[in-house]
Write a protein that binds this ligand. Structure first.
Ligand code: NI
Length: 269
């Protein structure tokens, strides 16, 4: 991360064999996407945003896996668009490398489409149930997009590394619902249980990353470790195209979240 506004040149990339693996399986893990020095700086920014509850009032910070009531500890705190509160996040080597690799994986037309941060508290952090990211998005559009998931410390089976079902990127969007069937919860899960014997866990060293497509089924376990599991996720994609059909994602229309209430209230002031 430089002090100027310039984004650094990319310093990491993927090989043709890794590009082929990604398109065959719908995911890819790499060992290094940033430096230990930058990771330490990002961790400071990240912890500050969560401890200051950045974005709470505007609806950008909320509990992904719970009903998000005031005064109750969140089981899976999330911040949407954290760079709104810390613009330097997008001047990072991580961002530069992620954008470069996204273009290698999707084509030169891939552009930045958003970011979020998911903080999984030590010992109590809830699982992130099986889902496809596209289930959160606009059902009227056709996507060709990926998410880059970088832990800000080691990611292990014990603290909730990502797991993927290989080949599920070729599936349609399966039926989802709010986690536990509770429409107050923003987070989604598949209605049918996923056969986790097919899942490939992707533990990562600090500064490593995974890439997955918009339909790839993925999951992260609870955090059973003694330290928080922090993840910072960047999204890139080709421009979404209108679909000619009447696809609907009823699970999003049914939601009644405190987060949406706060966002509406913030827009009225
Ligand atoms: Ni996801």
């Amino acid at each position: 991360m430089s002090t100027s506004n310039a984004t650094p040149e990319p310093t990491a990339g993927v090989s043709p064999a890794q590009v082929a693996f990604f398109h065959e399986n719908g995911f890819l893990a790499i060992g290094s996407i940033t430096t230990p020095e930058e990771l330490a700086r990002l961790r400071e920014i990240y912890d500050r945003l969560f401890s200051q509850r950045a974005g709470r009032e505007s609806g950008d910070q909320f509990d992904l896996a719970g009903a998000d009531e005031e005064g109750k500890a969140a089981s899976l705190p999330q911040i949407l668009s954290p760079s709104r509160y810390a613009p330097e996040l997008l001047q990072s080597q991580y961002y530069s490398n992620a954008r470069h690799i996204a273009a290698q994986l999707l084509g030169a037309g891939a552009s930045f489409q958003g970011e979020h941060a998911i903080f999984k508290p030590a010992r109590t952090g809830a699982p992130t149930p099986w889902h496809q990211d596209e289930a959160y998005w606009n059902p009227g559009l056709q996507y060709n997009a990926l998410s880059v998931w970088m832990p800000l410390q080691e990611a292990t089976l014990e603290n909730g590394c990502l797991q993927f079902v290989p080949g599920s990127h070729r599936w349609e969007i399966v039926e989802h619902r709010s986690i536990g069937g509770d429409v107050r919860v923003h987070g989604l899960e598949t209605v049918e249980p996923v056969d986790s014997s097919q899942a490939v866990p992707c533990p990562l060293p600090p500064g490593g990353a995974t890439f997955h497509l918009n339909r790839t089924l993925h999951y992260a376990g609870p955090n059973r470790s003694e330290i928080p599991r922090r993840a910072y996720i960047l999204g890139f994609g080709l421009p979404p195209q209108p679909r000619g059909d009447q696809r609907a994602f009823a699970w999003n229309d049914k939601k009644q979240t405190a987060r949406d209430e706060r966002a509406r209230a913030a827009q009225q002031t």
